[in-house]
Design a protein around this ligand. Structure first.
Ligand code: GDP
Ligand code: MN
Length: 397
C-alpha cells in the first residue's frame, strides 16, 4: 500500500525525521488558510504547492510550483486541484489531483547552494538484508544517475538482527561529503529514517530530495512510502491512510469480494484457481500469441456465486475479448465448477458478450465437460491446457 507524500512525511516526522513542513488542502480556499498557518508557524513567506498523487515526477509534470504570495498560492492551487496530472509514472491520461500539499519553501531565497541528496531504504532480497541506498545526485531522476554514473550511488547493508550501527550512519554522512553541524544532522536523519522504516513495516522509503539547507538543516522534501500489506493488520492507524481513489477501481472491488485480481493490459480474461496455475495460464496465453488481461485467482471454492462475481469483475475491463476459465478440480469437484459456470452464465443474462473457453481438469472432469457441452450455452470446452489456449486464439482470430 502506497502513501501520499504528506502522509509519508507525517509518518517520518513521528519518528523524529526532520521534514519540510506542510498542510494538505482539497480546495484553493483551504490552501490559502494552510499557507497562512504555515507562515505563522514557520515564518515562511514563500510556499510550494505540491499535487498529491501516487506517482513521482510531479515536478516536471507541472504538479509542484513555487508561490511567492498568498494570491499565487490560491491561483496555483486552483489550477492544480482537479487537473489530470501527467508524469512518466502515471497512466497516459494522467491522474486526477484531489488535494495539494502547501509546504514551506525550504530553498531559501538567496540560497544558491542548496544540496539535494537521494536516499532510499528497501529490502535486498538477494542478501535478506535491508539496505540504504544514497547518492549526492538527488533531486533528479535516480534512474538516469543509475544508468550514466552508477558509481555515484552508494549502498549500505544493515544486518536485521543488529540494526543500523552508529558507524554506518556516520559513513553515509561522510560519503555525502558532509562535515560539522550538517554531518551530525545527517547521522540523526539516517538513524530516525531507518527506525521509521523498521517500525512501520515498510517495504520502501524513497526520499528524493533530501535537502541540506544553507543553515545546515537536513530535511525530507519529498517522500515515497510503501507499506507492506501483509503487516497492515498490526498498523491499523496506517491502514486507515489508504486512498482508494489512487488505486485501480476493479482491483479494489475484486479485493473486497475476496478475489486475488491484478489488472493487466491484454485482451484475454483469465479465471483460474490457485496462484501457480494462474501464472501458468498467463504464460501459456502469451506463448500462444495472446496477452492476458488480468491475473485472477478465484481460490478454492469456485461455486456459482464466486464464478459470477469473477465474471463480472473480468468483464469490467473493456479490453477483454475472450475469457479462459482454467480450473483444477482437486478439493472442489469439476462438475460442481461446471455447474457454477453454467448457473453464473444463465444468471448474467446477456451480460456476457465475449466467447468463453472452459478447461476443467481433475476430479469428475469428464462429467464436467459433458455438463458444459450439454448446456446449450455459448461456452467452448477443452480438456488439455494447450488445446484451451489454442481455442482462445481461434476465437480471437
Ligand atoms: P517529484 O517531482 O514528484 O519527485 O516531487 P518533489 O517533491 O521531489 O518536488 C520536485 C522538485 O520541486 C524538487 O526536486 C525541488 O527541486 C522542488 N521543490 C520542492 N520543494 C521546494 C521548495 O520548498 N522550494 C523550491 N524552490 N523548490 C522546491
Ligand atoms: Mn521527488
Amino acid at each position: 500500500m502506497n502513501l501520499h507524500e504528506y502522509q509519508g512525511k507525517e509518518l517520518l516526522n513521528s519518528f523524529g525525521v526532520r521534514i519540510q513542513r506542510g498542510i494538505v488542502a482539497d480546495n484553493h480556499k483551504k490552501a490559502v488558510e494552510a499557507a497562512k498557518q504555515l507562515a505563522t508557524e514557520t515564518g515562511t513567506g514563500w510556499w510550494v504547492v505540491k499535487a498529491q498523487i501516487h506517482a513521482g515526477g510531479r515536478g516536471k509534470g507541472g504538479g509542484v510550483k513555487l508561490a511567492k504570495s498568498l494570491e499565487q498560492v490560491e491561483s496555483i492551487s486552483e489550477d492544480i486541484i482537479g487537473m489530470m496530472l501527467k508524469t512518466p509514472q502515471t497512466p497516459p491520461q494522467g491522474k486526477k489531483v484531489s488535494q495539494v500539499l502547501v509546504a514551506e519553501d525550504v530553498y531559501y531565497p538567496g540560497d544558491n547552494e542548496p544540496e539535494e541528496y537521494y536516499m532510499s531504504v528497501l529490502l535486498n532480497r538477494a542478501t535478506g538484508k535491508n539496505m540504504i541506498m544514497y547518492s549526492t545526485e538527488g533531486g533528479m531522476d535516480i534512474e538516469t544517475v543509475a544508468e550514466e554514473t552508477p558509481h555515484l550511488i552508494f549502498t549500505e547493508e544493515i544486518d536485521p538482527l543488529i540494526g543500523l550501527q552508529g558507524f554506518q550512519a556516520r559513513k553515509i554522512a561522510f560519503n555525502l561529503g558532509l562535515s560539522g553541524g550538517a554531518l551530525k544532522e545527517m547521522i540523526k536523519f539516517v538513524s530516525s529514517l531507518y527506525t521509521a522504516f523498521v517500525e512501520s513495516d515498510s517495504s520502501l522509503f524513497e526520499i528524493n530530495p533530501v535537502l541540506k539547507t544553507s543553515d545546515d538543516k537536513i530535511l525530507a522534501v519529498d517522500s515515497k512510502v510503501t507499506l507492506d500489506d501483509n503487516a497492515l493488520f498490526r498498523h491499523k492507524d496506517l491502514a486507515e491512510l489508504r486512498d482508494l481513489r489512487e488505486e485501480n477501481e476493479i482491483e479494489v472491488e475484486a479485493n473486497a469480494a475476496g478475489l486475488n485480481y491484478v489488472d493487466l493490459d491484454g485482451n484475454v480474461g483469465c479465471m483460474v484457481n490457485g496462484a501457480g496455475l494462474a501464472m501458468g495460464t498467463m504464460d501459456l496465453i502469451k506463448q500462444s500469441g495472446g496477452e492476458p488481461a488480468n491475473f485472477l485467482d478465484v481460490g478454492g471454492t469456485a461455486d456459482a456465486k464466486r464464478v459470477e462475481t469473477a465474471f463480472r469483475i473480468i468483464l469490467k475491463d473493456d479490453n477483454v475479448k475472450a475469457i479462459l476459465v482454467n480450473i483444477f478440480g482437486g478439493i472442489v469437484r469439476c462438475d460442481r465448477v461446471a455447474q457454477g459456470v453454467i448457473d453464473a452464465y444463465k444468471n448474467m443474462g446477456d451480460a456476457i458478450k465475449v466467447p468463453i473457453i472452459v478447461r476443467l481438469q481433475g476430479t469428475n472432469a469428464i462429467e464436467a465437460k459433458q455438463l458444459i457441452d450439454d448446456s446449450g450455452l455459448d461456452v467452448i470446452s477443452a480438456t488439455e491446457f494447450q488445446e484451451a489456449a489454442d481455442k482462445v486464439q481461434e476465437v480471437l482470430a
